[in-house]
Design a protein around this ligand. Structure first.
Ligand code: BMA
Length: 370
């Protein structure tokens, strides 16, 4: 108990005196509501000392279960919910009742509310089909981006997609009608070659134009003021490459990248280290918040992966959060579940003072300005 009290005091002092944040700091959306502003400032301060742990679809399902109130594989193993909850909006653009991995949007709204009520943070990616022929996010057979930006022949179709996104993001509210802040991470992994918004199928200018339009349409035309915008790459070898498609300081709040581990653990560590170092440098230069927006080792087949592969590299940097991908089935999961081979090691990772799960985040009131 005494230890807990000390930790609480120490964490509060991190939030009130973080070395990164400056008085003039505020989100890219100049009209962001007070909770969103507080989230931005507090995340930035927190990142100076701590890294929040996140899990995709944490509350929706896990290995061997779906739809069980209050359940989370991360909680079953560590005793605590993750601090960051990753979700996806793919298929909202199709008026589907469920997102692309089968989670009903109505349920998603509840999960977001639940996470927020605990003081947790929600982030949304958008594996969107393309607005022209509605083929999957992974369809790269046409040049889509140049057709949907302002001036493009299919621009109106993209606006219709964004209308649906805006309606969904605008529906994320508390019971008393207050907008819930979320981190919106569109067009992720753009330095890859697999999504219709990636660099092999759009020019730098087209990509930036799509980003600028998306930001302005959601914040100005639709009047959403509960969003932090996250720019998130896949692989990149240099700072120049990372910044190539950066839409500008007025359009971005957070910077990140997605990277996955395969059998070559050392190779993963080397690349992770190099990219985190670049990310941190860019974040400081632009005064933005850095995060490891997606990572993981499918099935976590290495029993000490958390403390011996991920943590030694992560610990060197000031990332606001690290998020691992979803726990779908025995062959496709990135967090442990009880009995999974990395479960004991995950408990040690949970206990690392640098890492914060929901239990340590809740008392910090990340949505309140200090
Ligand atoms: C991928 C896999 C897919 C999933 C997609 C979007 O990495 O997990 O099964 O559909 O993400 O969540």
């Amino acid at each position: 108990m005494v230890k807990k009290v000390y930790l609480f005091i120490a964490l509060c002092s991190v939030i009130s005196s973080g070395c990164y944040a400056q008085k003039s700091d505020r989100p890219a959306d100049k009209k962001a509501n007070s909770e969103t502003k507080a989230l931005y400032i507090n995340l930035k301060k927190l990142a100076a000392k701590h890294t929040l742990f996140g899990h995709q679809d944490a509350l929706a399902y896990g290995v061997g279960w779906r739809n069980e109130e209050g359940r989370s594989d991360v909680k079953s193993v560590s005793g605590a919910y993750p601090a960051v909850y990753g979700w996806d909006m793919g298929h909202i653009e199709l008026d589907s009742l469920k997102e692309l991995d089968g989670v009903p949007f109505d349920q998603l709204r509840q999960f977001v509310k639940e996470a927020y009520s605990r003081g947790g943070i929600n982030t949304f990616s958008w594996h969107t089909t393309n607005p022209i022929d509605h083929k999957s996010a992974w369809d790269t057979t046409q040049l889509i981006v140049k057709q949907i930006i302002p001036g493009g022949a299919k621009h109106e179709l993209y606006k219709a997609y964004l209308d649906k996104v805006a309606a969904f993001l605008g529906s994320l509210k508390t019971d008393d009608g207050k907008a819930i802040p979320v981190i919106f991470r569109p067009f992720h992994e753009h330095t890859g070659t697999w999504f219709w918004w990636c660099e092999n199928v759009s020019t730098v200018d087209e990509f930036k134009s799509m980003w600028h339009f998306t930001f302005d349409y959601l914040t100005k035309t639709k009047g959403l003021h509960n969003l932090l915008f996250s720019y998130s790459a896949a692989d990149f070898a240099t700072k120049e490459k990372y910044e190539e498609r950066y839409p500008g300081d007025d359009y971005v709040d957070m910077l990140g990248f997605d990277i996955y581990c395969f059998e070559d653990l050392k190779g993963y560590q080397t690349k992770l280290d190099r990219q985190l170092s670049i990310l941190q440098e860019v974040a400081i230069a632009h005064n933005k918040i850095p995060a490891l927006t997606e990572t993981g080792y499918e099935r976590v087949p290495n029993s000490t992966w958390w403390t011996e592969t991920l943590m030694p590299v992560l610990a060197k940097y000031n990332m606001a959060y690290v998020l691992v991908w979803r726990n779908d089935r025995p062959a496709h999961h990135y967090a442990p579940y009880p009995g999974q081979q990395s479960a004991d090691d995950f408990k040690k990772f949970y206990a690392d003072p640098k890492i914060i799960f929901q239990d340590k985040l809740t008392p910090l009131s990340i949505y309140k300005s200090k």
